[in-house]
Design a protein around this ligand. Structure first.
Ligand code: NAD
Ligand code: LMR
Length: 326
């Protein structure tokens, strides 16, 4: 049997984690021959509920679950972890934008950065889910000087999955027929779902749907899907977000399928004219536990304008949190 890997999960008594933790324990991130230890962090008042989550994890008798830690101490939660999933943060309610959460949630990420930096493995793979996810990841990166900055990422895989699902429905095809979807930019309404390079069962998507649909219906539908779920459910997406986390981490660790890519928000290396260091969603391929931004794609003027608008929003968010970037 392999040595267990350690995965920290913050906000572990919350909605997203109520589906996410059980799927991690079933082996869906690292594969079905890899034992895992869950190191779950919560705020002190939520420790009672967290204990109930542990009871239910125990009651599932997952063969790959080699240990469960419940704690309100970040140093304990992040000790020697291989991966850290930052879910713990306030969700938005109806009528709010994700960036309205910056003031409350940004502080969580500056506060936890030091403990992650001091306790996690130096090559820890980090995924930020709590909103506004890109800017929270930027704050975390600024507060973790000893970690590999490339490994600090944010979640746009939920948006990627939403985009594949919308295109499959429009073209009467299966999601498994859709390849090379892209989400550019911020996990916000300025994100840019882009079908320019997509194929549907091997055919160019741009030849199957008209431009007006792609620009005026598809993009806003995907970009505003989070709000649509909140309005219908009364609270923000949870199971689909947990599924996005599983997909993001499993692809990063196990690799992309041949001939396809996925979207991940990662520190920009300057590709496509985006300022270096901003946490920006790009198409990436993954291999051997590492990712690479897909380079050299031709971008039309409509998409180019939107890509820069999303960068402008990220620069504004960064300005708003400059006190947390020590
Ligand atoms: P939730 O309120 O159900 O759970 C959040 C949990 O985090 C709570 O149990 C809370 O006690 C805990 N928490 C708060 N501060 C903490 C801290 N400092 N340390 C540890 N735990 C802490 O919310 P949820 O529905 O699970 O959503 C969590 C976050 O994920 C929200 O910010 C939401 O907007 C975001 N989200 C992001 C995406 C995405 O695609 N990036 C998708 C869905 C939700
Ligand atoms: C989502 O996209 O569903 C999440 O970011 C939650 C939200 O606030 O929309």
């Amino acid at each position: 049997m392999k040595q267990p890997v350690r995965i920290a999960v913050t906000g572990a008594a919350g909605q997203i984690c109520y589906s996410l933790l059980f799927r991690i324990a079933a082996g869906e991130i690292y594969g079905d021959d890899q034992p895992v230890i869950l190191q779950m962090l919560e705020i002190t008042p939520a420790l009672g509920v967290l204990e109930a989550v542990k009871m239910e994890l125990d009651d599932c008798a997952f063969p790959l679950l080699a240990g469960v830690v419940c704690t309100d101490s970040p140093a304990v939660a992040f000790k020697d972890v291989d991966a850290a999933l930052f879910v713990g943060a306030k969700p938005r309610g109806p009528g709010m934008e994700r960036k309205d959460l910056i003031n409350d949630n940004g502080k969580i990420f500056s506060g936890l950065g030091q403990a992650l930096n001091d306790n996690a493995k130096k090559d820890v793979k980090v995924l930020v889910v709590g909103n506004p996810a890109n800017t929270n990841a930027y704050i975390l990166k600024a507060n973790c000087p000893d970690l590999d900055p490339r490994n600090i990422t944010a979640l746009t895989r939920l948006d990627h999955n939403r985009a594949e699902s919308q295109l499959a429905a429009k073209t009467n095809s299966s999601v498994s027929d859709i390849k090379k979807m892209i989400i550019w930019g911020n996990h916000s309404t300025t994100q840019v779902p882009d079908i320019s390079h997509c194929t549907v069962a091997g055919k160019a998507a741009t030849g199957l749907v008209d431009t007006a649909w792609a620009q005026e219906e598809f993009i806003p539908k995907v970009a505003k899907r989070g709000a649509e779920v909140i309005n219908a459910r009364g609270s923000s997406s949870a199971a689909s977000a947990g599924n996005g986390v599983i997909d993001h981490m499993a692809t990063w660790i196990q690799g992309t399928e041949e001939g396809n890519w996925v979207s991940m928000a990662v520190p920009s290396d300057g590709s496509y004219g985006i300022e270096e260091g901003l946490i920006y969603s790009y198409p990436v391929t993954c291999k051997n536990g590492d990712y690479e931004i897909v380079k050299g794609l031709e971008i039309n003027d409509f998409i180019k304008g939107k890509i820069l608008d999303s960068q402008s929003e990220l620069l504004e968010e960064r300005e708003a949190v400059k006190d947390l970037l020590s």
